[in-house]
Design a protein around this ligand. Structure first.
Ligand SMILES: *[C@@H]1O[C@H](CO)[C@@H](O)[C@H](O)[C@H]1NC(C)=O
Ligand SMILES: *[C@@H]1O[C@H](CO)[C@@H](O)[C@H](O)[C@H]1NC(C)=O
Ligand SMILES: *[C@@H]1O[C@H](CO)[C@@H](O)[C@H](O)[C@H]1NC(C)=O
Ligand SMILES: *[C@@H]1O[C@H](CO)[C@@H](O)[C@H](O)[C@H]1NC(C)=O
Ligand SMILES: *[C@@H]1O[C@H](CO)[C@@H](O)[C@H](O)[C@H]1NC(C)=O
Ligand SMILES: *[C@@H]1O[C@H](CO)[C@@H](O)[C@H](O)[C@H]1NC(C)=O
Ligand SMILES: *[C@@H]1O[C@H](CO)[C@@H](O)[C@H](O)[C@H]1NC(C)=O
Ligand SMILES: *[C@@H]1O[C@H](CO)[C@@H](O)[C@H](O)[C@H]1NC(C)=O
Ligand SMILES: *[C@@H]1O[C@H](CO)[C@@H](O)[C@H](O)[C@H]1NC(C)=O
Ligand SMILES: *[C@@H]1O[C@H](CO)[C@@H](O)[C@H](O)[C@H]1NC(C)=O
Ligand SMILES: *[C@@H]1O[C@H](CO)[C@@H](O)[C@H](O)[C@H]1NC(C)=O
Ligand SMILES: *[C@@H]1O[C@H](CO)[C@@H](O)[C@H](O)[C@H]1NC(C)=O
Length: 289
């Protein structure tokens, strides 16, 4: 008994100081909500009142305290360390009927919002080239991505004329799945998918083709692409965000924060200086450890 009590006291002594550290490191502005459902919402992002976000570019909405939204995009994750925000975006798909006619399809456009054409020169959000891949799924499939002007693009092809050749492991080996990297510095990417033989030779086990941009943390081997679909499936896509533009760093980061220019995003990223911890975007975010 004595021993247990002593042990408990030692544990409390270890826990107490660390819990005061976490209490002081708020991630949002004062009197602003810090999370929506499972998702933490650190400043410069915010929701609830317009003042809770840096400006309207970073203003989100919490739909019934459970689903975080940016416009009509559902948000899964926001990372201060990586400077990323992850949202669910629709894919492109084509499905054929048994006489090789296109029966259900849609192209897709991967962008963070429909404001992106307005902020296109400021590049506040780009489709992360390091955290996403472009993926084609199907057994008679040409997956294409191109920029919104249609001036450049890329893609990949995949075919497999026997279902036994489909590999549903994580390797995306070219049998039923192909992938390639995303071009840099884009805030919009259009995607389309085509089929060489209209799935004529594979229809009995694979009537559809898909093309998607997807976070490389997402296990694509979990996707069952063999069946018929009447809607475009949605997948997580990672966007990189920066703040500011031509002005100096001091205008954007809090004190005791380091500021760096991000070539990819065309703006600034903040991080707490060594010996400090917290949200570097807040006025008093970086606290001494
Ligand atoms: C963190 O938020 C709480 C509640 O809003 C507030 O009482 C506290 O002062 C905040 N801490 C800091 C360091 O801002
Ligand atoms: C996108 O456009 C729709 C329809 O025009 C609008 O309702 C929605 O608010 C817009 N989203 C954003 C983030 O502006
Ligand atoms: C927000 O929630 C309401 C009620 O649950 C729902 O009808 C609406 O579709 C949701 N909005 C979005 C954009 O998901
Ligand atoms: C959001 O709205 C845009 C424009 O209206 C539309 O193209 C897109 O499919 C919508 N996204 C979702 C997830 O509903
Ligand atoms: C496939 O679609 C075409 C065009 O809509 C239609 O003429 C044909 O009857 C359909 N085939 C079957 C088997 O449904
Ligand atoms: C899918 O195709 C069927 C049959 O052609 C059609 O009735 C239905 O409206 C289509 N659905 C969509 C979402 O296009
Ligand atoms: C970029 O941002 C600046 C300042 O925030 C703004 O004045 C300018 O209009 C923006 N550029 C575009 C193309 O939206
Ligand atoms: C890309 O998609 C947008 C809408 O999402 C459309 O306005 C634009 O014309 C498309 N670009 C091309 C080259 O098809
Ligand atoms: C598919 O491959 C299996 C195993 O190699 C073979 O037994 C089967 O006959 C093939 N099916 C077709 C339609 O070629
Ligand atoms: C691969 O797909 C086959 C057929 O759909 C299924 O039986 C098998 O369990 C899948 N394997 C894995 C590892 O998902
Ligand atoms: C919001 O702030 C960002 C970064 O500071 C800036 O690039 C953007 O133009 C601003 N947007 C609006 C609508 O003021
Ligand atoms: C702060 O920025 C400087 C210059 O960019 C860099 O060398 C240094 O490593 C950064 N320190 C931290 C803690 O990020």
């Amino acid at each position: 008994m004595q021993m247990k009590l002593l042990l408990w006291m030692v544990v409390m002594m270890v826990i107490l100081p660390s819990s005061t550290v976490t209490a002081s490191s708020n991630i949002s502005l004062e009197n602003c909500p810090q999370r929506c459902g499972d998702v933490s919402v650190p400043f410069p992002f915010g929701f609830g009142r317009p003042e809770c976000a840096k400006n309207s570019t970073f203003l989100l909405e919490c739909n019934q305290s459970s689903s975080l939204l940016y416009g009509n995009i559902s948000i899964n994750d926001i990372s201060l360390e990586d400077g990323t925000i992850t949202g669910l975006i629709g894919s492109a798909y084509q499905c054929y009927n048994s006489s090789a006619f296109l029966s259900n399809w849609s192209d897709a456009s991967v962008m963070f919002n429909n404001l992106s054409s307005v902020i296109s020169n400021n590049l506040s959000f780009i489709i992360s080239p390091i955290h996403n891949n472009f993926v084609g799924l199907g057994c008679d499939t040409m997956a294409i991505m191109y920029n919104k002007e249609g001036r450049f693009g890329g893609g990949c092809n995949t075919f497999c004329y026997n279902v036994t050749e489909v590999r549903n492991d994580t390797s995306c080996s070219g049998f039923g799945c192909c992938q390639t990297s995303i071009p840099k510095d884009l805030n919009q990417l259009n995607i389309s998918v085509f089929s060489r033989y209209n799935h004529k030779f594979v229809w009995n086990f694979n009537p559809c083709s898909y093309a998607l941009v997807v976070a490389n943390s997402f296990d694509i081997s979990k996707i069952n692409f063999l069946g018929y679909s009447t809607t475009a499936p949605m997948y997580p896509v990672v966007f990189e965000w920066v703040i500011g533009d031509q002005h100096g760093c001091q205008d954007y980061c809090g004190p005791n924060a380091n500021c760096s220019y991000s070539d990819t995003g065309g703006g600034f990223r903040c991080s707490c200086k060594q010996g400090f911890i917290g949200n570097p975007y807040l006025p008093r975010g970086c606290q001494e450890i």
